[in-house]
Design a protein around this ligand. Structure first.
Ligand code: NDP
Length: 499
């Protein structure tokens, strides 16, 4: 396995963004934190400090919420027509496209991910989402209701924006998570306070610049950088926030629910996963091996949908184990900005310790380390893509979300779909599952039996702006994307007129 930890040069556009004094966006202005504090942003491949950003806290959240409230209630935003709103959101997608290379570099530098993944996945995915959601502005219609009460009535519903929305996002897909949150909220006519993850604030701040350039009125989008326990918690419990949308760990998701109880704000949650990938004996082996390897190693395994529990039928188990290990050994590990790299560092020291700790726990619980199994490189948060075979349901590595490039493989020898689904469902999570088979009946019967919000057949980590995404069980509440997400950002108002 190659390890090339050499930082390539940034393009002038990305380098110039990093030379600025970075500030937060509140009420259309770029401001420092009230407390004057900043915190450093690190390149996870070299551990170099690449920027400092304001350490916003409760005082800044208060200002941002006030600005969002003002923009929601008065000023130009509530008067803008749905068509104008759509145009603004579409324009934002265009600006993102115009600066796609710069955003890809910032994302690779800040998060560690391969720049080619950012350029081919995160950035076009975000552009596509803004464009798709712009279409909803003019489609949020209510209904006329044929009521049966005595007399003559004209009854109908209105769809209204839910109000001021707090959005807290994680570090694994920083720009895309910002897009997933902002695009539907803007389409509905809400105003927003966005808190990016402390590890990866750069692309959100650059996005703020193009949001203003696109022409959104002041206060419609506010971006506060800071820590979860201070800024995030203040946003989640703020009495003047009408809805909170969160993506991150299940543990923090539960804190968000508690914090939201004060004013019973609406809550939507995209949380953790321990997604099964199930390979049946009749699967196209080449496709299944490449697909299940990518399901776990893409984005260094830092995907909420990562195919971290791989089940292979006993007749093909050895082939799958060897095949996935071969794929792991082919990956080129290095600085995310290097265009030839397939696997970058993990995002932070904390994640590095967490993932290597899990690998150690797998070893001590008896898992066989087929390949990888250790940190690599003499700097940066690199972990070798790791294949653990002969794992079982009782191991910590099989039960808990690792969020790193570590797959746990188990075999199954029961051909009853019920029994296979039972393995897949043996988790507190239910975000995604993939089924690898040529048999249509097996594929679609498994899709029915698996308790997860998204099911892929002969694919994994799939997503599309029109495809609702979210989890069963402790993987979350609600759906992002598709028409379903608009439910979270609108209230239905019922009107009845006695004629
Ligand atoms: P967190 O859930 O802590 O972070 C997600 C977001 O929540 C960040 O913006 C964070 O802020 C914020 N946050 C943290 N604490 C609070 C709080 N009390 N109130 C409000 N907001 C808060 O994830 P971690 O970064 O700590 O990662 C830990 C684990 O979480 C990972 O190993 C992985 O298992 C899981 N995870 C899952 C993700 C998913 O997509 N499902 C994404 C990221 C992590 P800040 O970063 O500034 O502290």
């Amino acid at each position: 396995m190659t390890v090339a930890i050499k930082k390539p040069t940034l393009s002038p556009a990305a380098a110039s963004f990093l030379t600025k004094e970075l500030k937060m966006l509140i009420d259309g202005k770029w401001v420092a934190a009230q407390n004057g504090k900043t915190f450093p942003v690190e390149d996870p491949a070299t551990l170099e400090i690449i920027a400092h950003v304001p350490e916003g806290d409760k005082a800044d959240i208060d200002l941002a919420v006030k600005a969002a409230r003002k923009a929601f209630e008065s000023g130009p935003w509530p008067k803008i027509s749905p068509a104008e709103r759509a145009k603004l959101i579409w324009r934002l997608g265009d600006l993102l496209e115009q600066h796609a290379d710069e955003f890809s570099e910032l994302e690779a530098l800040d998060n560690g991910k391969p720049v080619t993944n950012a350029r081919n996945g995160d950035i076009p995915g975000s552009i596509g989402l803004f464009r798709y959601m712009s279409g909803w502005c003019q489609r949020l219609n209510g209904e006329t209701i044929p009521v049966s009460s005595a007399g003559d009535w004209h009854a109908y519903t209105l769809r209204e924006p839910v109000g001021v929305v707090g959005q807290i996002i994680p570090w694994n897909f920083p720009l895309m998570m910002a897009a997933w949150k902002l695009a539907p909220a803007l389409a509905a006519g809400c105003t927003i306070v966005l808190k990016p993850a402390e590890q990866t604030p750069l692309s959100a701040l650059r996005l703020g610049e193009i949001i203003m350039e696109a022409g959104f009125p002041a206060g419609v989008v506010n971006i506060v950088t800071g820590f979860g326990e201070t800024a995030g918690a203040a946003l989640a419990e703020h009495p003047d926030v009408d809805k909170i949308a969160f993506t991150g760990s299940t543990e923090v998701g539960k804190l968000i629910v508690k914090a939201a109880a004060g004013n019973l704000k609406r809550v939507s949650l995209e949380l953790g996963g321990k997604s099964p990938a199930i390979v049946f004996a009749d699967a196209d082996m080449e496709g299944a091996i490449a697909g299940t390897a990518d399901a776990i190693f893409y984005n260094q395994g830092q995907c909420c949908t990562a195919g971290s529990r791989l089940f292979a039928h006993k007749s093909i188990y050895d082939k799958v184990v060897q095949g996935v290990a071969d794929q792991a050994n082919k990956l080129k590990v290095g600085h995310g900005l290097d265009k030839t790299v397939n696997l970058g560092p993990l995002v932070s020291k904390e994640q590095h310790e967490r993932v290597t700790g899990f690998i150690q726990s797998g070893r001590s619980e008896g898992a066989e380390v087929v390949t990888g199994g250790a940190a690599i490189g003499n700097q940066g948060y690199f972990v070798a893509p790791t294949v653990l075979a002969n794992t079982n349901r009782d191991m910590k590595v099989v039960r808990q979300e690792i969020f790193g490039p570590v797959v746990c493989i188990q075999s199954f020898d029961d051909d009853s779909l019920e029994a296979v689904a039972k393995f897949a469902n043996d988790t507190e999570y239910g975000l995604q599952a993939s089924v690898w088979t040529r048999n249509l009946r097996v594929a679609h019967m498994m899709a029915r039996k698996i308790k997860a919000g998204t099911i892929c057949i002969n694919a994994h980590n799939y997503g599309d702006p029109a495809w609702p995404f979210g989890g069963f069980k402790q993987s979350g509440w609600g759906r992002e994307m598709g028409k379903e997400v608009m439910e979270h950002y609108t209230e239905t108002k019922s009107v009845a007129a006695k004629l």
